[in-house]
Design a binder for this molecule. Structure first.
Ligand SMILES: Cc1cc2nc3c(=O)[nH]c(=O)nc-3n(C[C@H](O)[C@H](O)[C@H](O)COP(=O)(O)O)c2cc1C
Length: 471
């Protein structure tokens, strides 16, 4: 397999929108902008509007991030997170999806759920249910969690060690595969009104899972859904995380601020997929990107300048503290980064300086927070539709990514602008679809049917007639 191409023979660029069921996802302070509607995150009207907008722009998916617990690394307290709204208040991502599925026909949904706190037996039922209700348009972004606060509030002293979290997640995945792929035969449901048999009990099998972390002997409870196992998304950056992605992921999210870093990251991920015995292009890689666009380049730049007036520097540091696991509250906002004694922070800033083209300036902690304040850790492209389209094409050609995970600065304005100004340009250049591929999310992404590829680890749990008959 390779990557998808458009009718003109060009490599297709895929688009995912990046959102979260909260007010401040990646851009702290911007909820104060007069045009921002993030405050409506707790209404269905906000989410159904987003879903319709994305489907009008032929987006492949909406990716909903999630964490469980407050960002309390900054100042060892949730106070600053609460004040700035940085990913708190925060609601459940799963409950949004049915409503959005009801007003769309093709948009995919990548929902984040952690493997640390909920038993895979209960979780797999929710996943399978949504695969039914969306007609097979669901993906699961598998995360192992990074906030100690989440673990503590779930009654654990702390998170498991980093690599152990992935070992635990490996077993979690197997339980979910077994329940969704390996318990019910395709034709187990007969729904025969004559005989009164709804499900043929000989075609529903116990999974007999006895592992180190989980014991699940019985049968699954969800009948086979369009995709069975929903599309698996992942975003691990460490070598253990990449090995996990190589084995399980069908889509991977990365957030490198520069093309050089992106290219290296893509190569490592494709190698990890190949190491797991799969085709390196059996995974779709999405790089995070923030786009500020408008009818012309002057208005796009003016829009960006206006956005920066609303950035909440402290909120930016709250998010960064959580992501990096370093308490940034000890630093004076106007301290030059050169004086900050942390290698992790200095190298992060160097990368951002490179990404922004402002390598010669002396950055302060405030400038770092302000850079992060418009779209988080990912790069920002500012310009009219043709400029943005050209830069996206260059990103893809130079890095071998499949598409972009588009963060918002203000919502839904960011997505409406992309649909209005960027999508038609990419279509005109033959780089973006002009119609959806029919079928499930997996078929839309890979064009090879609804189910896990045969070489995917999860496929070994699929029921095969030969196994069942002993032949
Ligand atoms: C674009 C992107 C989105 C992510 N979204 C989430 C998320 O919603 N929830 C979460 O707990 N972790 C999220 N992560 C973090 C990853 O799951 C992972 O913990 C992180 O990349 C570190 O990887 P490592 O543990 O392999 O070092 C995200 C990472 C990236 C790059």
């Amino acid at each position: 397999m390779s990557y998808p191409t458009t009718p003109s023979g060009h490599r297709e660029i895929l688009f995912n929108a990046f959102d979260m069921n909260c007010v401040v996802h990646q851009s702290p302070g911007l909820w104060r902008h007069p045009e921002d509607r993030a405050r409506d995150y707790n209404t269905l009207a906000y989410w159904t509007h987003i879903a319709r907008t994305l489907e009008n722009g032929l987006f492949d998916g909406l990716f909903i991030a999630d964490v469980l617990g407050p960002y309390d690394v900054f100042g060892a307290s949730p106070e600053a997170a609460l004040r700035s709204g940085a990913q708190i208040p925060l609601q459940d991502p799963f409950l949004l999806v049915s409503a959005m599925a009801a007003v769309t026909e093709n948009l995919g949904f990548g929902i984040t759920a952690g493997t640390a706190y909920e038993h895979p037996y209960a979780f797999s039922r929710r996943l399978g249910t949504l695969d039914h209700l969306t007609g097979g348009r669901v993906g699961w972004n598998v995360v192992t969690g990074y906030l100690p606060s989440a673990a503590q509030n779930m009654g654990q002293e702390d998170q498991m060690e980093h690599d152990q979290r992935y070992d635990h997640a490996d077993e979690y995945m197997d339980v979910v595969y077994k329940l969704l792929e390996g318990s019910w035969e395709d034709d187990a449901v007969v729904a025969d009104k004559e005989s009164g048999v709804f499900t043929d009990p000989t075609k529903v099998h116990r999974i007999e899972h006895q592992g180190e972390y989980f014991k699940t002997p019985g049968i699954g409870v969800v009948e086979p859904s369009p995709q069975r196992m929903p599309v698996v998304y992942q975003a691990g950056a460490s070598s253990r995380g990449r090995a996990f992605a190589g084995k399980h992921a069908e889509a991977v999210f990365i957030n490198p601020p520069t093309k050089e870093l992106a290219q290296a990251s893509v190569q490592r991920i494709r190698r990890a997929v190949a190491d797991a015995g799969r085709d390196p292009y059996d995974v779709r890689i999405f790089a995070m990107q923030t786009i500020v666009t408008g009818p012309d380049s002057t208005s796009a730049q003016a829009k960006y300048d206006d956005l920066t007036r609303y950035v909440d520097a402290e909120g930016g540091l709250v998010l960064m503290s959580g992501w990096m696991g370093i308490d940034l509250s000890h630093f004076d906002l106007d301290q030059p980064i050169g004086e900050v004694e942390s290698n992790a922070i200095q190298s992060t800033v160097e990368t951002f300086q490179k990404a922004s083209g402002r390598e010669d300036e002396v950055w302060t902690v405030r400038q770092l927070a302000e850079w992060v304040g418009v779209g988080g850790f990912g790069p920002v492209i500012i310009g009219d539709g043709p400029t943005v389209a050209q830069q996206l094409i260059e990103w893809q050609e130079e890095t071998d990514i499949d598409g972009f995970n588009l963060a918002y600065h203000i919502t839904p304005g960011t997505f409406e602008d992309i649909v209005e100004y960027v999508v038609p340009e990419l279509q005109g250049l033959g780089r973006y679809k002009t119609a959806y591929t029919p079928g499930t999310l997996r078929n839309k992404l890979f064009g090879q049917g609804d189910h896990l590829a045969e070489t995917h680890h999860g496929a070994r749990f699929q029921l095969r007639r030969s196994q069942l008959t002993g032949g």
